[in-house]
Design a protein. Structure first.
Length: 135
């Protein structure tokens, strides 16, 4: 069986056992803001483009810091894995004032233990990187 791999970049925003996730095209599961890397783009360039498209958020390279990579099941594609290359922002953002654009139909904070609404690759991220989930 052939397993396909999708390489993505994402913005990971966590606070007090909460994680910021977006809903794409009214799908059941939520995932990190971000998306696929276009040919010739660096990870940072891809994330800057995706955040501008999805959340009208303009971040410069120095606002972004790479924090890790996980591979998990892609959603909603069967027989597909996604490589999430996660970044955090060093810039203070008022998330309550962010408006969504393009295919994003919702943005909200989730408890990191709310596995019912969170996409599988994000759950893998939480398992590997979230300090609160381990405790």
């Amino acid at each position: 069986m052939f397993i396909r791999m999708i390489k993505c970049v994402c913005l990971v925003e966590e606070k007090e056992n909460q994680i910021l996730l977006v809903q794409v095209r009214n799908r059941d599961k939520y995932y990190f803001p971000g998306g696929k890397i276009d040919e010739g783009e660096s990870y940072v360039e891809a994330l800057q483009r995706e955040l501008k498209e999805e959340l009208r958020l303009d971040l410069v390279e120095t606002d972004l810091e790479f924090i890790g990579t996980v591979v998990g099941k892609a959603y909603p594609q069967p027989d597909t894995l996604t490589e999430l290359n996660g970044f955090k922002t060093t810039k203070a953002i008022d998330w309550s004032s962010i408006t969504t654009d393009n295919e994003i139909t919702d943005i909200r904070w989730f408890n990191i233990n709310d596995s019912e609404n969170i996409a599988p690759a994000v759950l893998t991220w939480i398992d590997q990187f979230s300090k609160k989930a381990k405790g």
